[in-house]
Design a protein around this ligand. Structure first.
Ligand SMILES: [Zn+2]
Length: 401
């Protein structure tokens, strides 16, 4: 008799729901240079639940995929509860022991990562990720897929296969095949904005690296789009499409994907660039895209004016990146043999510790087209037909498995 009363009592106590108390507010944080929604949520371990993204957009009255402004404060989907000095469970009003432990560890990790200054015990501020209370089960709802061509998404008023980024003459890009459908590519031309890159001279003309890299990048991107890929031009010049001139004028009005103005300071600018790519990468990853590649194009001058054939860098220790470089290399070798009968290709492949290779999530290959200061090499980029060949051959390499 006594035992059953006790059991009854326990049973009742177990079932009574302690009401969840109200949090005081949400945690706010200032956006840092290069921050995007994904990178901020990732930093605070909030990127595994789609409800956190939704909450972030509503809290801050933002449209999806909106750009963040550096220095502006944004509310994160993290509730702040007053810690009552006793237990996490009684502070929030929950019974779930495991949940309380998860919240405790979360607060400790945030402190260790220096994302919060004091411990919750000291400051009496307990951080509770939104998803822990509202959508604890891994509920990753796949966002609606973007349309086939991101260029279209960026300019929705345009006709179906019209991509103004390629310039008037080349904007219309008919679909030739669907062999790259479902694959995502990031085409990044080096430098741009405040930074023209290496500069060469040819007669009375100044050759700016960023302009020539950009022209080849556009031609490559157009190939990818014509074959059904989702392809992004990360560096963008609003008024330079594909150009048929030999001498491309140097300007500095390039911006990043999303219309983002490039930062002046080099390190910040590089992070801005890799973060732009990584945010898009995360978005596509959530959609289930497994094949994401990046091609970075430069026309540097490291070898004091010496002639150099096209060469490639890959991401150190990353097999897929090395494979990608090898595919492009093979395509170059094959095409040199076909078109340049009097000499053989001497380009090389190696790994290198460069920001964009180190910090970027996609499988990346970094291409050096030529030495912009070498008179012979210059023909490879100054003659428009040659720029097209370079793009064609790079594209051929990208088609390989
Ligand atoms: Zn460069």
């Amino acid at each position: 008799m006594y035992i059953s009363i006790l059991l009854l009592f326990l049973n009742v106590a177990w079932k009574v729901d302690v009401p969840i108390s109200n949090p005081t507010n949400f945690y706010s944080v200032k956006a840092m240079p290069g921050d995007g929604v994904y990178s901020i949520l990732r930093r605070y371990e909030l990127d595994q639940h789609s409800c956190n993204f939704k909450k972030f957009y509503t809290l801050n009255k933002l449209k999806r995929n909106a750009q963040l402004k550096v220095g502006k404060s944004y509310q994160l989907p993290i509730f702040i509860y007053e810690f009552n000095g006793k237990t996490i469970r009684s502070s929030i009003g929950i019974n779930d022991w495991d949940l309380a432990v998860r919240i405790q560890r979360y607060n400790e990790r945030m402190k260790e990562a220096l994302l919060r200054e004091d411990s919750y015990k000291k400051s009496k501020k307990l951080w509770v990720p939104f998803h822990e209370l509202k959508c604890p089960n891994s509920d990753i709802e796949i966002p609606s897929p973007v349309e086939d061509n991101p260029e279209e998404v960026a300019t929705p008023t345009n006709g179906k296969r019209n991509f103004p980024i390629f310039g008037k003459k080349y904007a219309n890009t008919p679909l030739k095949s669907n062999r790259l459908k479902g694959k995502v590519f990031y085409v990044v031309s080096g430098h741009g904005g405040p930074d023209p890159g290496a500069m060469g001279r040819r007669g009375a003309y100044t050759l700016c690296e960023d302009e020539y890299a950009y022209d080849v990048a556009l031609r490559l991107c157009r190939h990818l789009i014509a074959h059904g890929a989702t392809a992004y031009m990360i560096n963008r010049d609003p008024d330079d499409g594909i150009r048929e001139e030999k001498f491309l004028s140097c300007d500095n009005d390039e911006v990043l994907w999303g219309g983002l103005k490039m930062m002046r300071q080099q390190k910040a600018r590089l992070f801005q660039r890799s973060n732009t790519v990584n945010d898009l990468y995360e978005k596509h990853k959530l959609q289930g895209v497994s094949d994401q590649k990046m091609v970075i194009i430069h026309v540097d001058s490291r070898t004091k004016g010496e002639r150099t054939d096209l060469f490639f860098y890959y991401q150190d220790g990353k097999k897929e990146s090395k494979k990608l470089a090898q595919n492009l290399y093979k395509s170059m070798k094959r095409n040199y043999k076909k078109y340049q009968k009097n000499r053989s290709y001497t380009g090389k492949i190696s790994s290198r510790d460069l920001h964009m290779l180190r910090e970027s999530s996609p499988n990346t290959v970094y291409v050096e087209l030529a030495n912009i200061r070498n008179t012979f090499d210059q023909q490879r980029i100054v003659i428009p037909k040659n720029r097209q060949y370079l793009a064609d051959w790079l594209f051929e390499g990208l088609l390989e498995k």
